[in-house]
Write a protein that binds this ligand. Structure first.
Ligand code: HEM
Length: 529
């Protein structure tokens, strides 16, 4: 071996050892300065449970404190279990904590331009501003009539077929968001349009399963040409299908507007109609595919979340019948039997309002805070380093069951959200610490990324729960495991049976009468077939 080649091989070996060593030392230095958590393995990170990580995170918070670090490979993730810390970072310092971690497969290859996974910046802000057009206070007021009508139809349909309550929740929430997005109601969850949407959602969810795609850990793989990568072709084919479907829905609204105009009428108002009018007047810097993704994103983000929360409400009521007794008493004294509750009664139904909040606290559907946040600058919190690019998880599960804020956190008791002057208020449920958010919970997320549909969802939950409680006796038929939930980004109780019966003949007659009015209201939004 010549001296030259010996030297070259020496340098190669030195490099092979030195580079990982430098990376390792740098990781250790970062790890040492970040909030402590379970010990990670170099380059591999921590071991996570294969299901329901929020439970393990809650356990770890009891050992490492309300803010700790876990490592996914070499990427640090900060897990927060205290609402004040979540607000300190994601709201008070929202200029640094409003991005999303990189989603190579779902965000960049599948694309679709969904606002949910967009990193913080211009692309995100254009979409978010367009979405806000549908969520202004004035717009929310106009949706109330259809939310009332759809929740009357919901109660009527459950009265007719009580065992079908879960699917009726899915139909109700789908109809509310579709009527807002496109001016069309949904009469059946089996309609082709809903089936297609669910297929898109399931495919999207499959892209996010940890380990499913190597490109997530090795982003360079996303540049492989599709003809060499069948997995990429498959993702792109699905992405194109969804884009075409989104475009077809917008084209449908354009046709509705033309047809109505020819008849001298106006098409049912919708977000799509508003966005098309805005585009006539100002340039919207989005390609057609991304523009059409904006109204379609309401279904993905807003339908299943609201329906799952209603499922949790039924589980809460059958396992905590004392809450239903108080709620029924409120209905009897404020509403009576000759009519069902409406939004005009909201101020006089504080227990029902509190009940909706307590469901969101007790079983937060977006259990790990929805989609994680990511930091865009180095920061320092209480002496700890939070480097740029850290993933931030608000563990809503641990936050909402934190007994410093919510004593007896596993107990479902709406009274904790009542005004202290209300005779039904229970002082023992007042936490030693007060939740920093005005709503008293943070189940809709934080700061600049807070759920834009929060008020719409809160309205749907209030009116649906009010009508259901007014209509029905809801009772257990067996004992239930209140932790038996599905896995994933959004959680829902696993299917269960219970007894749902109309409260009296007079309730039945009132509901039948009001259902006719509700049908008339919903005729303004022709059904998608
Ligand atoms: C009970 C019902 C709902 C719950 C619990 C919920 C919860 C959440 C949470 C926790 C986030 C993440 C917030 C964050 O990153 O800090 C989120 C984001 C989002 N939600 Fe909701 N949501 C609900 C209903 C809705 C509805 C009805 C809509 C629309 C009609 C909607 C649209 C969105 C969108 C578009 C985002 C992404 C925002 C962004 O990344 O900038 N959600 N939601």
């Amino acid at each position: 071996m010549s001296l030259l080649s010996a030297l070259a091989s020496w340098y190669t070996w030195a490099g092979l050892v030195a580079i990982p060593l430098v990376i390792l030392l740098s990781d250790i230095w970062t790890w040492y300065r970040m909030p402590p958590g379970p010990l990670p393995l170099p380059f591999v990170g921590n071991k996570f449970p294969s299901s329901k990580p929020w439970i393990q995170f809650q356990e770890w918070s009891k050992i490492y404190g309300p803010i700790f670090t876990v490592w996914v490979g070499r990427r640090p993730t900060l897990v927060i279990s205290d609402p004040q810390i979540a607000v300190d970072l994601m709201e008070k310092r929202s200029n640094k904590y409003s991005s999303r971690p990189r989603f190579v497969v779902m965000g960049e290859i599948y694309g679709g331009g969904s606002v949910l996974v967009q990193p913080y910046g211009k692309e995100w802000s254009v979409r978010r501003k367009l979405l806000h057009r549908a969520m202004t206070p004035a717009a929310l007021r106009t949706y109330k009539a259809r939310q009332e009508a759809e929740s009357t139809r919901l109660a009527f349909r459950i009265m007719r077929n009580p065992d079908n309550w879960e699917r009726e929740f899915d139909r109700f929430t789908a109809s509310v968001v579709f009527s807002i997005s496109y001016g069309h109601r949904i009469d059946s969850v089996d309609s082709p349009i809903i089936r297609e949407r669910l297929e898109f959602m399931h495919f999207m969810a499959s892209l996010n399963v940890p380990g499913a795609y190597k490109a997530e850990s090795f982003p360079i793989l996303k540049y492989i040409p599709p003809f060499l990568a069948p997995w990429k072709r498959n993702i792109e084919a699905h992405s194109n299908l969804e884009a075409q479907s989104n475009i077809a829905l917008v084209e449908g609204v354009k046709r509705d507007i033309l047809v109505a105009k020819e008849k001298g009428l106006e098409a049912a108002p919708s977000l799509t109609q508003t966005l098309l009018a805005v585009r006539e007047e100002e340039h919207i810097p989005l390609p057609e595919k991304d523009f059409c993704n904006v109204p379609s994103s309401l279904f993905g983000a807003g339908s299943d979340t609201t329906a799952s929360t209603l499922c949790s409400a039924i589980l809460a009521l059958v396992t905590h019948p004392e809450a239903l007794v108080v709620a029924h008493a409120e209905m009897e004294s404020v509403i009576g039997i000759s009519r069902t509750p409406t939004f005009d009664d909201e101020a006089n139904l504080p227990y029902i309002r509190a009940l909706a909040k307590e469901v969101l606290r007790w079983r937060p559907v977006a259990v790990l805070g929805g989609t994680p946040h990511a930091s865009t600058e180095d920061d320092n919190y209480e002496g700890w380093l939070i480097p740029r690019g850290t993933t931030i998880l608000g563990n809503s599960w641990a936050i909402n069951l934190n007994d410093e804020y919510y004593p007896k956190p596993d107990l479902f008791n709406p009274a904790r959200f009542l005004d202290e002057k209300d005779p039904r208020y229970v002082p023992e449920l007042k936490g030693q610490k007060t939740h920093p958010a005005k709503a008293g919970h943070s189940s809709f997320g934080w700061g600049r990324r807070i759920c834009p549909g929060a008020d719409l969802a809160a309205n749907s939950l209030f009116i649906a729960l009010a009508k259901l409680i007014w209509s029905f006796d809801i009772q257990a038929t067996r004992t239930y495991d209140t932790l038996d939930y599905t896995d994933g980004f959004n959680i829902r109780p696993k299917p269960f049976k219970c007894s749902i019966r109309i409260r009296s003949e007079e309730h039945k007659r009132t509901l039948e009468k009001e259902k006719l009015e509700a049908d008339k209201e919903m005729e303004k939004f022709p059904a998608y077939v």
